[in-house]
Design a protein around this ligand. Structure first.
Ligand SMILES: Nc1ncnc2c1ncn2[C@@H]1O[C@H](COP(=O)(O)OP(=O)(O)OP(=O)(O)O)[C@@H](O)[C@H]1O
Ligand SMILES: [Mg+2]
Length: 267
């Protein structure tokens, strides 16, 4: 027997709303629409799904997608054990059976032949054929599929097919406005709000470099890391180097620019 409780989120995750996303998601869930969360790395997509699963009281099954993932990794496979063969549900099948929210993180990383297995689950059919097992699963009434997607990173080779995209309603995320992001960093790390405000200002400087030598700006996640290091009594300049400038670039010029900005906020 599967213990559903292990997929339930018992404690309310901290999530600070950026706009109408909570009400929009609730409406999408009520209609059982599949949802796509778009936005840059570390802006709160995963935290949002955890929060919504908790708020709706539904189990959450998260799958980190990668290019080696096969349809069987999602759907399930026969395993050999001492008594012969035994079918084991994959995470998608399990979610469809128990009525969980299934969150496929970074779905664009998966190969297209893997991605198509979600198609019958994400239209009016709400079914999942287990071809190898000869079983057709009807999704539980509470089941919902959510995928995340970082627009911009993928090349032409790596994009979702239109026939996949057009099965989802989309919510666009971005880094929160300065005041909200400062509140997030303060709450997540316990540092004072002045220091959090400076971290956010450094991030704003870095985000202006996106497309001018930086592939992506400093994420909220990295600001939280910097705050956590400062909370461990690391001097802010060192914390910002370790958490903000060094992770995001190997380009010496860009790094100097960022570290010059860091030093202008912290002495
Ligand atoms: N709105 C928010 N409320 C609370 N915390 C947030 C929020 N946005 C970002 N965070 C903080 O930023 C961290 C990173 O967010 P999260 O893991 O949700 O990013 P993500 O968008 O899923 O990134 P990725 O695409 O890399 O998976 C969280 O652990 C949390 O500390
Ligand atoms: Mg995530």
């Amino acid at each position: 027997m599967i213990d559903i409780e292990q997929y339930r989120i018992s404690q309310a995750p901290y999530y600070r709303a950026q706009g109408e996303e909570i009400a929009l998601y609730e409406a999408a869930y009520a209609a059982r629409l599949p949802v796509m969360l778009k936005g840059p790395t570390g802006c709160g997509k995963s935290r949002f799904v955890e929060y919504m699963a908790w708020k709706l009281g539904k189990p959450l099954i998260t799958v980190a997608c990668n290019e080696d993932m096969t349809a069987s990794d999602l759907v399930g496979r026969y395993l050999l054990d001492k008594d012969g063969t035994r079918w084991q549900d994959g995470p998608l099948t399990l979610a469809a059976r128990i009525g969980a929210i299934c969150y496929l993180d970074e779905v664009v990383e998966a190969r297209k032949d893997t991605t198509v297995v979600i198609h019958p689950l994400t239209d009016y059919r709400r079914t999942l054929p287990l071809d190898k097992k000869g079983e057709l699963i009807e999704a539980h009434a509470d089941f919902q599929l959510v995928i995340s997607f970082n627009p911009g990173y993928q090349t032409l080779m790596k994009d979702l097919k239109q026939s996949t995209k057009q099965r989802f309603a989309a919510l666009e995320f971005d880094y929160a406005d300065a005041e909200t992001e400062q509140a997030i960093v303060t709450k997540e790390t316990g540092i004072d709000s002045d220091t959090a405000a400076k971290l956010v200002q450094i991030a704003h400087r870095a985000r202006k470099l996106k497309g001018h030598g930086l592939e992506e700006g400093i994420s909220t996640r990295l600001l939280v890391y910097a705050g956590q290091l400062i909370g461990q009594n690391i001097a802010p300049r060192a914390a910002c180097r370790m958490a903000l400038s060094r992770p995001i670039t190997d380009d010496a010029d860009i790094r100097d620019t960022l570290e010059h900005a860091i030093d202008s906020y912290f002495d």
